[in-house]
Design a protein around this ligand. Structure first.
Ligand code: GLU
Length: 274
């Protein structure tokens, strides 16, 4: 039976401008789908409307295009979709973060009519196969929030419903989301949906050892462009982190087996080391 071409996606959250770490993950997602003759979707993950900004999403699209990452279709952004939770076991929880961390929450056994909705996660580790790391066993986060008290869906639920609805067959993203994958595998099971394949690529850390974010302004794609970097130069920095020779993106052929686990540190001098 011939294999159908894969469907991948770029799923930026418009809470900050794209940085080198986003470019690495999106570049890997693009190479994976394109290299197999597949389709690439763009989905703006703007559930958190307070922080998400249309202007940021526009700037992210422009940065993606400038990097040479294109997409076949942009699907409906998350803020304009509905996410039913009746198919999954949930309970409402009124605890704050401190109470949860101190394990004082007893909401699982209560029947609250208010509060956030948490997914009743079955106990035990979750097994899944990562295309680079091989078989993984990860303990999922304890009962993650799947819907906020105001009825807006939270990321773990939305990403699963969307990837299934959008026909995504492969998820490629940063290794910081390995724990999220464990929850999502459970949610696919709970909803009786076929999960995509998973590929996690190295996380980039700033000189302070923390995951790159907008506070590491000099690693922003826009900042690098303003400093005279070309897309070719950026890919020459990033492709070796995927186990590939430096060079233009369009010549790169992703081989998941060669992707190192990472993480990598972007130094003050812009050099990247493991
Ligand atoms: N929206 C997430 C981000 O921008 C990606 C989530 C995912 O790929 O599942 O980091």
């Amino acid at each position: 039976m011939p294999l159908l071409p894969p469907v991948g996606r770029l799923a930026p959250t418009p809470s900050g401008l794209l940085h080198l770490g986003n470019a690495l993950a999106f570049g890997a997602a693009w190479l994976s789908a394109r290299g197999a003759g597949g389709r690439v979707l763009l989905r703006v993950e703007d559930l958190d409307r307070g922080r998400a900004r249309d202007l940021v999403a526009d700037a992210q699209r422009a940065d993606l295009r400038w990097l040479g990452l294109d997409w076949d279709a942009e699907v409906t952004p998350q803020s304009r979709r509905a996410y039913p939770i009746d198919a999954i076991p949930t309970y409402r929880c009124t605890c704050n973060r401190a109470a949860r961390l101190a394990r004082l929450c007893t909401c699982r056994a209560a029947r609250h009519a208010e509060g956030v909705w948490r997914y009743r996660t079955p106990p035990g580790e979750v097994a899944f196969v990562d295309r680079a790391r091989g078989p993984c066993r990860v303990a999922p986060e304890d009962d993650p929030v799947v819907m906020r008290a105001d009825g807006e869906a939270a990321y773990p639920l939305a990403v699963v419903v969307d990837d299934a609805r959008d026909g995504v067959t492969e998820v490629v993203r940063g290794a910081d989301l390995l724990d999220a994958t464990a929850v999502q595998v459970r949610l696919y099971e709970a909803m009786g949906l076929v999960p995509p394949t998973w590929l996690h690529v190295p996380v980039l850390l700033g000189p302070d050892g923390r995951k790159l974010s907008k506070s590491h302004g000099s690693t922003g794609i826009g900042a690098l462009r303003d400093a005279g970097y070309t897309p070719e130069r950026i890919w020459s920095l990033l492709l070796p982190l995927l186990g590939l020779p430096p060079g233009p993106l369009e010549h790169a052929r992703l081989d998941p087996a060669r992707i190192p686990p990472g993480p990598f540190v972007v130094g003050e001098d812009g050099r990247i080391r493991s």
